[in-house]
Ligand binder design. Structure first.
Ligand SMILES: *[C@@H]1O[C@H](CO)[C@@H](O)[C@H](O)[C@H]1NC(C)=O
Ligand SMILES: *[C@@H]1O[C@H](CO)[C@@H](O)[C@H](O)[C@H]1NC(C)=O
Ligand SMILES: *[C@@H]1O[C@H](CO)[C@@H](O)[C@H](O)[C@H]1NC(C)=O
Ligand SMILES: *[C@@H]1O[C@H](CO)[C@@H](O)[C@H](O)[C@H]1NC(C)=O
Ligand SMILES: *[C@@H]1O[C@H](CO)[C@@H](O)[C@H](O)[C@H]1NC(C)=O
Length: 363
């Protein structure tokens, strides 16, 4: 109840929270997070004085750019506070072995569980990409890396490689709110509230570091959340708009993972979700010994979930159904899954606030 009350309070405080990588963890062979958390360059902990979302979010195209259908070649990939390979006090780099599986953890901030707040967004809530390099540059630009670096490292100037592509919605994460999706997931994916997440369950992207990352050096990850708005979905954007957020992260490579770090079926079933990787994503990393991971493995669990929730009166498609009359059957195509629902109530929910973090709550 205490948590609930706090969660409600924080709703009011965080009107337009967006997302960044809050922490990075090494994943043990059984799928459990192990060791100490690591953090992004220039990290600003939520508990730090002066923290606001703006201390960590980095929007591309930036606010104020007249034409948001284009990312200019001058646009930097990393936020100005994340240009250099420096850490802030209390937010050390992750220490990991080359070849380790790691989890990049972020909050959904309503983008998963309150999707009707942002019409015209993709059903997977956007796509998250992780690029890796041993040769990062101050002033790195988005257009030199994103959709340019590829799985085999031959893209663009060849300094880096694509390591992972996943749905922003990992199929499981939620923040506490009274929307259908959150309520469904609170039941399906229960966990004990803890200090870090409160009652929310953070999202994650599980990635394998290249086995070739040199020991004793830094390995850099660029996390890019690509979350466009489709044309004509919202007033004022007939051509749609680009919207991306990034986090830039360095990792201390301290050794070499044993060749048997990941084994099929090592994942411990039923473990606490507070410190567990996503089994399907983790399994995709198994027995891979090159950086060319399963590049096309965007999990289907998300589209299944979306289909399950399309019966809701408060689902992503409700915003498109406003001109339908009660009793009309609407066909909804979500990825490869087609579902049908009957509009029994035409109602546009005007939830204008995102659910927000509950960090710092004593669990
Ligand atoms: C998984 O392995 C780690 C490290 O060996 C251990 O600390 C943890 O308790 C294990 N998790 C489970 C759920 O058994
Ligand atoms: C925005 O930029 C794109 C790409 O350069 C161009 O095609 C489009 O016409 C521009 N839109 C406006 C409104 O200037
Ligand atoms: C980054 O490094 C450059 C060159 O060393 C320095 O001039 C600049 O102040 C640094 N920026 C930050 C944010 O630390
Ligand atoms: C690397 O990947 C790109 C894009 O998928 C492909 O066009 C190219 O042939 C590949 N190169 C090698 C050497 O595998
Ligand atoms: C969503 O809510 C509706 C009632 O508004 C209910 O019929 C449906 O089962 C709910 N779906 C989920 C996935 O909770």
């Amino acid at each position: 109840m205490f948590l609930q009350a706090l969660a409600t309070l924080s709703l009011v405080a965080c009107a337009s929270a967006h997302s960044w990588v809050e922490e990075i963890r090494v994943i043990a062979a059984n799928g459990t997070f192990t060791g100490a958390a690591g953090y992004a360059r220039g990290n600003y902990l939520r508990t730090a004085a002066g923290f606001s979302d703006l201390t960590m979010t980095y929007l591309i195209p930036p606010d104020g750019q007249a034409n948001v259908t284009v990312v200019y070649d001058s646009t930097k990939l990393c936020k100005d506070t994340q240009q250099n390979q420096t850490q802030t006090t209390g937010s050390p780099r992750l220490k990991a072995n080359a070849g380790d599986a790691i989890a990049l953890r972020y909050q959904e901030n309503g983008h998963v569980t309150l999707p009707w707040n942002q019409p015209g967004k993709p059903p997977n809530r956007g796509t998250v990409y992780v690029y890796g390099t041993t040769e990062p540059k101050v002033g790195e630009t988005l257009n030199d890396v994103h959709s340019v670096w590829n799985w085999n490292g031959t893209g663009g100037d060849g300094r880096g490689t694509l390591l992972s592509v996943q749905n922003f919605d990992d199929g499981r994460c939620y923040q506490i709110n009274t929307g259908n999706i959150s309520e469904y997931r609170q039941v399906k994916y229960p966990h004990e509230a803890n200090q870090l997440m409160g009652a929310d369950l953070w999202c994650q992207q599980d990635v394998q570091l290249p086995t070739t990352a040199p020991t004793g050096k830094l390995y850099t990850l660029y996390w890019v959340w690509d979350w466009p708005t489709r044309p004509s979905a919202t007033d004022g954007y007939p051509d749609g708009k680009k919207e991306l957020y990034t986090t830039c992260i360095d990792i201390d490579i301290v050794g070499q993972a044993s060749s048997k770090v990941q084994e099929t079926d090592d994942y411990t079933e039923g473990q606490s979700l507070d410190s567990a990787s996503i089994e399907s994503e983790f399994d995709d990393l198994e027995n891979e010994d090159t950086v060319q991971l399963s590049g096309t493995a965007v999990p289907t669990s998300t589209s299944m979930m979306q289909a399950e929730t399309t019966s809701s009166s408060a689902d992503p498609v409700s915003t498109q159904a406003t001109s339908e009359s009660a009793g009309t059957t609407v066909t909804v195509t979500v990825g490869a899954v087609t579902a049908w629902r009957t509009v029994t109530e035409v109602q546009v929910r005007t939830v204008t606030i995102d659910s927000c973090q509950t960090t710092g709550v004593a669990g």
